[in-house]
Design a protein around this ligand. Sequence first.
Ligand code: SF4
Ligand code: FES
Length: 247
Amino acid sequence: MNLKLKIWRQKDARDKGRMVDYNINNVSPDMSFLEMLDVLNEELNNKGEEPVAFDHDCREGICGMCSLFINGEAHGPDRGVTTCQLHMRKFKDGDTIYIEPFRAKAFPVIKDLVVDRSAFDRIQQAGGYISINTSGNTQDANAIPIKKHNADMAFDAATCIGCGACVASCKNASAMLFVSAKVSQLALLPQGRVEATERVLNMVAKMDEEGFGACTNTGACEVECPKGISLENIARMNREYLFASMK
Ligand code: SF4
Ligand code: FES
């Protein structure tokens, strides 16, 4: 396939940035999207030009690092996959592909397609953990009975990889899907109930402080989430928040 690429180039956080056109030829449909960008970068390197900066790590849909907005969709046109799992067979010969960074006030662009998603880390630090008694009297986690349904829902929430596609897809740049997944995975388990009240209050307060927008129930986040995190988690977090605020 021969493709036209329109890629966001931005030297650093202060640069205004702009779309730059590139042509790439002989792209195999079996290549992943990131492999296609690797080939482009190889060509740019060979010409003595600055390669395009983009985030990636595992390239297996696990780490949540890859974060491209492709033809107006977070992680591109496929469903239930991250950018690193997107393959070039989703495109046709002669296509023009627009490649941009995830855009949100709370995710400032660092360079080209790389954004700073450390706001998510700070939300996690505000409560996305459980404290463990390590005195030697700790109960074996396997000795605590948990309803299968709850265990399944907690596991589903725990599959959130923190990629930020929910924020990038939301017209308000809301982080509610991400935060609700992190709150839910612990709220559904007895081990997470001990600190449930302060957790939801602190994580929501941090989310607001970091500059994410409000949720207006559009549901774009659920559609674009590569891990299928359900809007039910937002409803659960809202209930958790309501009860916590009344205590
Ligand atoms: S909820 Fe989905 S889209 Fe949002 S950070 Fe988690 S995995 Fe990514
Ligand atoms: S590079 Fe790890 S999820 Fe894409």
